[in-house]
Ligand binder design. Structure first.
Ligand SMILES: Cc1cc2nc3c(=O)[nH]c(=O)nc-3n(C[C@H](O)[C@H](O)[C@H](O)COP(=O)(O)OP(=O)(O)OC[C@H]3O[C@@H](n4cnc5c(N)ncnc54)[C@H](O)[C@@H]3O)c2cc1C
Length: 403
């Protein structure tokens, strides 16, 4: 984050350019996704050094993450439906279409620039936002493949794989998120924003000619009805007995925020077990996740000065229960996992712990409690409310900006 600050003043003007090195964007998402770095830390640091108008675009992007998360927390059925569709498509889609999806993912579509992006994603776990938009648009509107399979491919490979940002961005590209709006990958747009050397191989570029790329509309099959946010605590209850901390991939900064003063007796984190038990992750993503958890555990061990367990696990419910029993815990405290693969396991975790008389106490960070309820409608009404509050905290006029 510190290294990126000198580039921030030019972020709004340059962020859409895609080319070698990705110098105009922060590449913070693999850290932000797992809360190795908190959105509130980034926003506070940036507003301390710059005046609001200079960095509004960047702050807006940080808030897109929060907004998407809030949007999905309010409509968890959208995630569930998407996961069911992925399974259904794998079982029922025509074989040639499945083979085509595999070829496009392997970088063998025949459109050289899109194949470069597919290879960049699988080799590095990162793609620039504009490249994600082009590639997703190519998948949906040019290849006419189901958006759910493209989203699933991203989730397996992105180091920042995030159930909310990913699912909802794919829905947006496919024209489901904002009714009437789709994202089309057009040659003129690529030529404007993509490094010319990446477009030298023109194979397949004719398929992106502006006049022939037309929206291939997906139809909405999910209810978008808003559900009440689950009731969660904002601070741990004072009498929890002997208490352990469950540290997980959705929040790796327990030493910052409402948990920082809790006298934990033990801490545990669990890595998804051997690849055969979770084929839904590339090896690069698996390695990233392991190092993210290791990093969280190291900081937690230093801060809370207690024993930390970090193990592979084939069943989170079984592993957490076995650990709690071994440590003689009366309760486990954690930041609540978000809607997504981890959230999907909460019911089975709760049941397994309850059978042993162990309480699970889940918290929501003040940041999430403040912003999630505002994600009921579109991003721009959300942003208007956020911006009004952020303006009050930006660097004073008298202080020089870091330009
Ligand atoms: C089809 C598609 C799929 C995506 N899937 C994911 C995903 O799985 N995980 C993920 O974190 N982001 C996803 N994004 C959003 C965005 O592309 C990435 O967050 C961004 O490219 C990360 O790179 P950066 O850190 O260099 O971004 P920067 O431009 O430096 O932005 C700073 C931070 O703002 C946030 N941010 C920026 N753009 C967005 C955005 N459009 N939506 C949400 N947050 C944003 C990220 O936390 C990012 O780290 C997706 C976008 C698209 C179009």
């Amino acid at each position: 984050m510190e290294a990126f600050l000198p580039f921030l003043a030019h972020y709004a003007a340059k962020r859409n350019a895609v080319g070698p090195g990705h110098r105009a964007v922060s590449r913070l998402s693999p850290a932000l996704r797992h809360r190795l770095l908190l959105e509130e830390e980034v926003v506070a640091t940036v507003l301390n050094r710059f005046r609001f108008p200079t960095v509004e675009k960047f702050l807006q992007e940080i808030h897109w993450r929060t907004y998407w998360k809030g949007w999905l927390e309010l409509r968890p059925q959208v995630w569930r439906h998407y996961r069911e569709r992925v399974k259904w498509l794998h079982a029922n889609l025509d074989k040639p279409e499945l083979r085509r999806a595999e070829a496009v993912g392997n970088g063998q579509s025949g459109t050289a620039i899109m194949d470069r992006f597919a290879r960049e994603l699988t080799a590095t776990g990162y793609l620039h936002n504009h490249a994600r938009m082009w590639w997703a648009g190519f998948w949906v509107h040019v290849e006419k493949l189901p958006w759910e399979l493209g989203a699933d491919f991203f989730l397996r490979h992105l180091l920042d794989a995030d159930p909310a940002s990913n699912t909802l961005s794919w829905r947006w590209v496919a024209g489901l998120q904002t009714p009437g709006k789709t994202y089309l990958p057009r040659r003129s747009n690529l030529e404007k924003y993509c490094a010319p050397e990446w477009l030298q191989d023109e194979s397949g570029l004719h398929r992106l000619a502006d006049e022939i790329v037309l929206p291939f509309r997906a139809s909405e099959t999910t209810s978008l009805e808003i559900q009440p946010l689950p009731e969660l605590l904002s601070a741990p209850v004072p009498r929890l007995g002997r208490v352990g901390l469950w540290l997980h991939e959705d929040d790796c900064a327990p030493e910052m925020g409402p948990l920082q003063a809790v006298p934990f007796a033990a801490i545990a984190a669990f890595r998804p077990a051997v690849p055969s038990q979770s084929p839904d992750m590339s090896s690069l993503r698996r390695t990233h996740l392991a190092s993210v958890l290791q990093d969280g555990c190291n900081r937690a061990a230093r801060h809370f000065s207690c024993a930390v367990t970090l193990e592979d696990s084939a069943s989170l419910a079984a592993s957490l229960t076995a650990w709690a029993v071994a440590e003689k815990l009366e309760s486990i405290v954690a930041y609540s996992p978000f809607v997504g693969p981890l959230g999907d396991q909460l019911d089975s975790i709760r049941t397994a712990l309850a059978e042993r008389g162990i309480q699970l106490c889940l918290l929501r960070r003040p940041w999430d409690a403040q912003w999630f309820p505002l994600a009921k409608s579109g991003f721009f009404p959300y942003w208007a409310k956020v911006a009004a509050r952020l303006r009050m905290h930006s660097a004073p006029q008298s202080q020089p900006e870091l330009l």
